[in-house]
Ligand binder design. Structure first.
Ligand code: G6P
Ligand code: MG
Length: 217
């Protein structure tokens, strides 16, 4: 039976998690409160709208719908300034090696990201062609930890959820993969991502042997 591979984008394929953090931190500072890296862990994988709601809770701020929409726009404008300058050097270590191996083995590959900026980022770093399908923040209504984004990815690959493997750097994303009955592989800190089935610091720690076991199912 064929196994499908679903990759998160920010913090898994490219080093953009730091740019999301910088933009949210700036927004918080402008509103008069701080936003720490530790608090940011709960923002990873979370949609733009849900992130702003969380941030306003942290700062104990109530704002109008109009101001809310304006802050969403200015956060994204700052984020877009960072990603405009991106190139292939911001691909995380050994990501191309893993994608190439999966392609050589004819494994189906999907993107499963909450970002509405996913396709332009993949184009910028020249990885778009590896993906058989892209599911992103433009396709889903329910944010991670809801499994919608990964279930849609599996559906588009035409692979049962139980035969999918998800690579994620966020707590919300690992929870979404687990709820979808997929194998969850955390990329990052094992203490933060303890709910994952497996955790690796980064893709350099994942052997071809381990990948082949996943491919074989
Ligand atoms: C990813 C990131 C989040 C980000 C979300 C929406 O899941 O991990 O930090 O808030 O995408 O991204 P967007 O590019 O649409 O603002
Ligand atoms: Mg991520």
């Amino acid at each position: 039976s064929t196994q499908g591979f679903i990759f998160d984008l920010d913090g898994v394929i490219v080093d953009t998690a730091k740019y999301h953090y910088l933009a949210w931190k700036n927004l918080a500072n402008n509103l008069g409160f701080d936003f720490t890296e530790e608090q940011n862990e709960l923002f990873k994988g979370v949609s733009r709208v849900e992130s702003l709601k969380l941030l306003l809770e942290i700062g104990d701020k109530t704002i109008s719908q109009e101001e809310f929409n304006q802050l969403l726009i200015s956060k994204n404008e700052e984020y877009l300034e960072y990603i405009e300058k991106m190139d292939a050097s911001e691909i995380l270590p050994d990501v191309p090696k893993v994608l190439m191996h999966l392609k050589d083995e004819k494994a189906p590959i999907a993107l499963g990201s909450a970002s509405k900026n996913a396709t332009p980022i993949l184009e910028k770093v020249q990885l778009l062609s590896y993906f058989d399908t892209i599911v992103d923040g433009n396709d889903v209504t329910k944010a991670k930890p809801d499994p919608e984004v990964f279930l849609l990815g599996a559906q588009q690959l035409n692979i049962p959820a139980e035969q999918c493997i998800v690579f994620e750097d966020s707590i919300a994303g690992i929870q979404a993969a687990n709820k979808a009955n997929m194998i969850s592989i955390g990329i990052g800190d094992a203490k933060v991502l303890h709910e994952a089935d497996h955790v690796f610091d980064d893709f350099t720690k994942i052997s071809i042997q381990f990948l082949n076991k996943l491919i074989a199912g």
